[in-house]
Write a protein that binds this ligand. Structure first.
Ligand code: KMH
Ligand code: ZN
Length: 274
């Protein structure tokens, strides 16, 4: 891996209520400002979940397009739309996320218990989404919530090949109740099991596992995803003030590991979009 560090910001997610966290960006104006601040702080890509006028998660096509446009106007961040949505979103609507023409989409490699809910990703859906992303030239980021999903990625690539740009980027999402734990040994096992076609990987730890996963990832040459989708406290009992604060902390950790924040142009190359 190069000394460059890809920092992806996941600013909103689908799980946190605006009422519980007023600093969560949930409007086009707030997401535009967040994108600009996070790019200035060192992020190169944004992972977007869209909210409606009531601040509720939505896959409404007009709003998806509005949010993508808002981010593109205020920043040059690579725009990744979540195809995972919320645990309540139907699979056919999740496929239509690609109609909003993002640069990248998340693509989770299997079904996961998600707290008391189930994050559904049946194999036929995974295959449909991958084929659609390939046909649209949208770079998939494979989300891996457990070790079985790492092996499933190898199966998908054997069946359908790698994206046209030749790049395969994955993100370990760790510490979800129902998925793999957010620990260094789990990350070591996941990285060791990656199919050889994988060109780059990043990691994020949910909640309390955030710092452990970030430091484990940096120690192994991996990249980072940070943001209020994944963690709402900056230290024990202290709320995050903004997504840019989390990006700035990732930059600080990267500096200690002698890694330089990657630019959005670098991220486009990493994803085979350049
Ligand atoms: N909101 C979770 C149920 C993704 O963005 O692709 C799914 C998720 C994964 O966040
Ligand atoms: Zn997400």
């Amino acid at each position: 891996m190069s000394d460059e560090l890809l920092i992806t910001v996941a600013p909103t997610g689908a799980e946190t209520a605006k009422a519980d966290c007023p600093q969560l960006p949930t409007t086009p104006e707030e997401i535009a400002r967040t994108a600009a601040e996070c790019e200035a702080a060192g992020a190169a890509m944004i992972h977007l979940h869209v909210r409606d006028g009531e601040h509720a998660p939505t896959l409404d096509q007009a709003l998806l397009r509005e949010w993508v446009a808002a981010v593109r106007e205020s920043s040059s961040l690579v725009v990744q739309l979540s195809s995972g949505g919320s645990v309540h979103d139907p699979l056919d609507e999740r496929l239509k996320v690609l109609d909003a023409e993002p640069d990248s989409c998340s693509l989770t490699m299997g079904t996961t218990n998600f707290g008391d809910d189930v994050f559904l990703n049946p194999w036929p859906f995974v295959k449909d989404l991958y084929q659609l992303a390939l046909s649209r030239g949208v770079a998939p980021e494979f989300e891996l919530f457990d070790l079985g999903q790492v092996h499933a990625l190898g199966r998908l690539i054997r069946e359908y090949g790698v994206p046209a740009g030749g790049k395969v980027h994955v993100d370990f999402v760790m510490g979800v109740p129902g998925g793999m734990p957010g620990t260094a040994p789990a990350l070591v096992a996941g990285v060791a099991a990656l199919p050889p076609e994988v060109t780059t990987w990043s990691a994020t730890g949910i909640g309390r596992s955030t710092l452990a996963v970030a430091m484990a990832s940096l120690s192994m040459g991996g990249h980072l995803r940070v943001g209020m989708e994944d963690v709402l406290t900056i230290s024990r009992g202290v709320p995050v003030e903004s997504n840019a604060q989390l990006v700035a902390r990732a930059v600080d950790l990267g500096r200690i590991a002698q890694r330089t924040p990657m630019t959005p142009a670098g991220c486009r190359e990493l994803l085979g979009l350049a």
